[in-house]
Design a protein around this ligand. Structure first.
Ligand code: NAG
Ligand code: NAG
Ligand code: NAG
Ligand code: NAG
Ligand code: NAG
Ligand code: NAG
Ligand code: NAG
Length: 925
């Protein structure tokens, strides 16, 4: 079809367009609007229009060259007539491209490329007549080109879910007709340009899930037609501009998960059409302005995880919630009040019961909220989610608190005030609601008839329970053998439950830690509980062997059986049957055997903790060969013998190595100084991408997701067992030889313990480079020499133990050294100076070699030492004086001289030490 053109320009038409734009700048009207615009060309423009179509066609084809298009969506983009191409609509009179839509087409590339036919880059900005552009959900990268500002007719721009980076160009402010702008889920950075305030027709602005920073520009107050402003999950800082209150058509304001600070401006009362206000996860402070109370359309007020302060009598602010507006469409529109995790104080007022349409009430984690929970919450007949955990409640919760809450679905309760909240409902109470999620932590559970509750009772809360958290409640009794509800998440840790392990088929996460369960772990657990992801049975009295058959549990990621009475070996098939296993913790039981066969197939483990068992034999080489992803290897307090296999040095993710309290006799492999995770600063717990995912999923959904707390427990668990992030513990073995010089490379190490071994030699001078080291224990070895002065630069060091060695000379006095206790240095007869009572005489500035307990081997070692020192002296002498004599350039020689003086002094020290040592040696002989 040939594109033809009708000349029909009129001022009236233009005004009509503006009017249409004003009414509804996006949606299909735009198509027409752009059409009409194009029509407004005069007859004189005929030739130039033909040229412009040619330009557009060329731009389009060149643009295509720069794109990758695996689905061949752009395959048709050849030939002269561009108007029939896939995703393109032309104006049927002028032939100009007015509409480009290629959503979710797996296209990658940039919006601007260097032209092969001209000097200027070709970009999307060359399609001058575009009214509608949708390239959402592709893989477009690079910045939004400045030339986007040429698209003066653009009414609809959707580039969401791509990889666009860099700041928004100022030229975006040229798009005066833009009604819809969606750049969400990209990597846009930098502040919003002031020019955004020119987009007076904008109704929808979405830049959520980007990296936008800086404060919101004041000009945002110009956008008087804006209905939706979504900027959540960015890095916006500063306080909310007062002019935000001018957005009188705004219906949804979503700014959660940013760094917004300062108080909420009073002007917020100007948002007279506001329905949802999502500002959680920021740093907003001060009290709630009373002007919130005039927002007559407000349905959701979410300010959780901020620093809102002041007493909790928000009658004025929440007056609006007293009116039940008809529920229009989505249920989520019904009223929600989320004020968790702030600094709100005082009691919850009784009038809270006057908010009859409240569906979601979240006041958790306001530790300054105190007093009793008013029974009036029982009148909230629409209430579905009630979160009252982490406040300082006291008094009783009774049936009256649930009188009319027949829609209650999730209920979380705990008190920060110790032992002050009593959950007291009668034993035969039948709740009028069916919960899917219940969490009661650290409460006194009481009943007039029974002094404590049996867990059985809690299943009555609902036949539909999905998640149950009842930790720290002194619960007693057995668990039911089966449950009718589709239970998936069960956290019952820290109670006094007895009996055997129940096999509940749907459970994914089960923690029964710190109870009094006993008996064997059922052999068929792998089949009966095949959906398990997380299984924590630690701190109980489980006995017998670890089940051999795990074939059903394909998703099991975490196993913690620590602190039980399990015996026997780790079944050799365990790892091969558990392909998802990341975390295996079997510490402090009676397990035994050789690891060689058990660990052959454990290829995906991140953490292995076998501390405190009776495992024996050598540490198998296969750990280094197979367990490439291992971050935590804890084998302490067992009966391992042999040496430290060099293969451990290949564990590039290793962050914690604990081989303490075994009978390992070898030298310390120098290659351990090359462990990648310990030599680089990044990573830490977060270096483990799997843990990282967990953390991200938590922070993203934050307080908005009901399953947060069950996941939260998992998270807490992971953090707890890994209190110390990067750690090396080889203490209490039979290690000999010197501390390898390579230790200086472990710059990310937080704790190093080599105590209670037979190590000899001096502390390597390079140890001063361990700037992250917080704890260093070298006690009870045969180390000697001066405490290297470089150690004063280890400014993180807060725990130091050098006791019971043969160190000598003055204790360094710089930086944090004076803060160490005398016990850090005791048992070293040659050490002097504070904090020890021994004064340093001039003679004690020496580096005394050991005088005690020498065997033949040590003597030969020492002979070699003296020989090499003497050699060093001779070589050193000639290097220094030789260089002084030979140097020609005096200026150079002067500096060289200073440097040489320093070396000479050091050398002198060495010589003195040599003579002292010789004397000491003679004395021993
Ligand atoms: C242009 O074409 C479309 C369909 O291709 C039609 O619906 C529309 O009415 C046409 N517009 C004009 C102004 O002819
Ligand atoms: C937008 O607001 C700024 C100040 O907030 C003002 O100077 C500017 O003139 C406004 N722009 C338009 C187009 O109204
Ligand atoms: C904002 O609103 C106030 C009062 O409603 C008005 O005086 C002021 O001119 C408005 N500012 C802008 C930039 O629109
Ligand atoms: C409340 O505190 C708990 C424990 O500190 C935390 O896991 C949770 O994320 C917090 N929730 C909110 C909504 O702040
Ligand atoms: C709540 O806490 C405040 C401040 O600590 C205290 O003054 C007040 O007495 C407490 N109220 C109750 C009911 O415990
Ligand atoms: C609450 O339920 C009781 C019956 O249990 C009823 O008499 C009362 O009217 C209800 N109150 C409200 C506010 O719905
Ligand atoms: C709770 O579930 C039971 C059993 O299915 C049902 O009889 C009852 O009506 C439900 N109650 C509510 C309030 O939905």
């Amino acid at each position: 079809m040939a594109c033809h053109k009708v000349a029909a320009a009129s001022f009236q038409l233009l005004s009509l367009v503006s009017f249409l734009l004003f009414l509804n700048p996006y949606s299909s009207i735009f198509l027409e609007a752009s059409t009409i615009f194009a029509n407004s060309n005069t007859v004189d423009d005929e030739r130039s229009n033909a040229a412009s179509i040619e330009e557009e066609r060329k731009a389009l084809l060149e643009f295509k060259q720069g794109l990758q298009d695996p689905l061949l969506e752009l395959h048709s983009w050849v030939g002269k007539d561009c108007c029939n191409l896939h995703g393109i609509i032309c104006n049927n009179q002028t032939g100009n491209i007015i509409d480009l839509r290629l959503q979710d087409a797996q296209i990658s590339g940039t919006l601007s490329i260097n032209s092969f036919s001209g000097p200027l880059p070709i970009s999307i900005g060359n399609l001058l007549h575009l009214g509608y552009l949708d390239l959402s959900s592709n893989s477009i990268s690079g910045p939004l080109p400045i030339s986007i500002g040429n698209l003066l007719h653009l009414g609809y721009l959707d580039l969401s879910s791509n990889s666009i980076s860099g700041p928004l160009p100022i030229s975006i402010g040229n798009l005066l007709h833009l009604g819809y702008l969606d750049l969400s889920s990209n990597s846009v950075s930098g502040p919003l340009p002031i020019s955004i305030g020119n987009l007076l027709h904008l109704e929808y602005l979405d830049l959520s899930l980007n990296s936008v920073s800086g404060p919101l520009p004041i000009s945002i107050g110009n956008l008087s037609n804006l209905q939706n402003l979504n900027l959540f999950s960015n890095s916006i800082s500063g306080s909310l501009p007062t002019l935000i209150g001018n957005l009188s058509n705004l219906q949804n304001l979503k700014l959660f998960s940013n760094s917004i600070s300062g108080p909420l401006p009073k002007s917020i009362g100007g948002l007279s059409h506001l329905q949802t206000l999502f500002l959680s996860l920021n740093s907003i402070s001060g009290p709630l302005p009373t002007s919130i109370g005039i927002l007559s359309h407000l349905q959701t007020l979410s300010l959780s995880s901020n620093s809102i302060s002041g007493p909790c009598h928000f009658q004025h602010q929440l007056e609006i919630f007293q009116i039940c507006r008809p529920r229009t469409f989505p249920i989520t529109q019904s009223q929600e009040l989320r004020l968790a995790g702030s600094a709100i104080s005082g009691p919850l007022p009784t009038w809270i019961g006057n908010l009859p349409c409240l569906r979601w009430l979240e006041l958790s984690n306001n530790s300054k909220m105190n007093g009793t929970i008013p029974e009036s919450i029982g009148q909230l007949r629409e209430l579905k989610n009630l979160f009252l955990h982490g406040c300082s409640w006291e008094g009783f919760i009774s049936e009256n608190h649930f009188q009319n809450t027949s829609r209650l679905d999730s209920f979380y309760l705990s008190s920060e005030a110790f032992n002050s909240l009593v959950f007291n409902v009668s034993h035969d109470w039948i709740p009028i609601f069916n919960l899917t999620s219940l969490q009661i932590i650290d409460c006194k559970l009481m009943d007039t008839a029974f002094p404590v509750y049996n867990t059985d009772w809690f299943w009555r809360f609902s036949p539909f329970l999905d998640g149950v958290v009842l930790s720290h409640n002194q619960l007693r009794g057995n668990l039911p053998k089966s449950v009718s509800s589709p239970l998936q998440n069960v956290i019952l840790k820290n109670n006094s439950q007895v009996g055997s392990l129940p096999l509940w088929p749907n459970v994914k996460q089960l923690s029964l830690a710190s109870n009094r369960f006993s008996g064997p772990i059922p052999l068929n657990i792998g089949h009966e509980m095949s959906k398990l992801v997380f299984l924590d049975l630690s701190r109980n009295y489980f006995s017998g062997n670890i089940p051999r058959d795990w074939t059903g549990s394909l998703d099991l990621k975490i196993i913690d059986f620590s602190n039980n009475k399990l015996s026997g070996e780790i079944p050799s098939s365990m790892c091969s049957q558990l392909p998802s296993l990341k975390w295996l913790r079997l510490s402090n039981s009676n397990l035994s055997g050789n690891l060689e066969s058990s660990l052959q197939t454990c290829r995906n483990l991140s953490a292995l903790d076998l501390t405190g068992n009776n495992f024996s034999g050598t540490i198998p080489d296969c750990i280094g060969d197979n367990l490439h992803t291992l971050s935590y290897l804890l084998l302490g307090a067992n009966k391992f013998t042999g040496n430290i296999p060099h293969q451990l040095c290949d564990l590039s993710s290793l962050q914690v190595l604990d081989l303490s309290q075994n009978n390992i006799s070898s030298s310390i492999p120098a290659c351990l100084g090359g462990l990648k995770q310990m030599t680089t600063g990044d990573g830490g717990l977060l270096g483990n991408s799997w843990v990282m995912n967990l953390r991200i999923s938590l922070s993203l959904y934050g307080p908005m997701h009901i399953d947060l707390n069950v996941k939260g427990v998992e998270y807490e668990y992971i953090d707890n067992i890994l209190g110390l992030i990067k750690k090396f513990d080889l203490s209490s073995n039979n290690l000999w030889g010197e501390i390898p010089e390579e230790v200086k490379n472990l710059m990310a190490l937080g704790s190093l313990n080599l105590s209670h071994n037979h190590l000899t030699g001096k502390i390597p001078e390079g140890i001063g480079s361990l700037h992250e080291l917080e704890a260093l224990d070298l006690s009870s070895n045969h180390l000697w020499g001066l405490i290297p002065s470089s150690m004063t630069s280890m400014t993180s060091l807060s725990k130091l133990n050098l006791s019971f060695n043969n160190f000598s000379g003055p204790i360094p006095s710089a930086n944090q050294f004076p803060t160490f206790d005398p016990t850090s240095f005791e048992g070293n007869s040659g050490l002097c100076g504070p904090p020890l009572p021994t004064q340093c005489s001039s003679a004690s500035h020496n580096d005394l070699a050991p005088k005690v307990e020498e065997d033949e081997e040590d003597k030969y070692g020492k002979l070699w030492f003296y020989a090499s020192t003497a050699l060093g002296f001779i070589v050193g002498f000639w290097v220094i004086f030789g260089s002084l004599v030979i140097k020609r350039s005096w200026r150079h020689a002067y500096f060289q001289f200073l440097d040489n003086m320093k070396q000479a002094l050091l050398l002198l020290l060495e010589v003195t030490r040599l003579s002292r040592s010789l004397r000491a040696w003679k004395m021993v002989d």
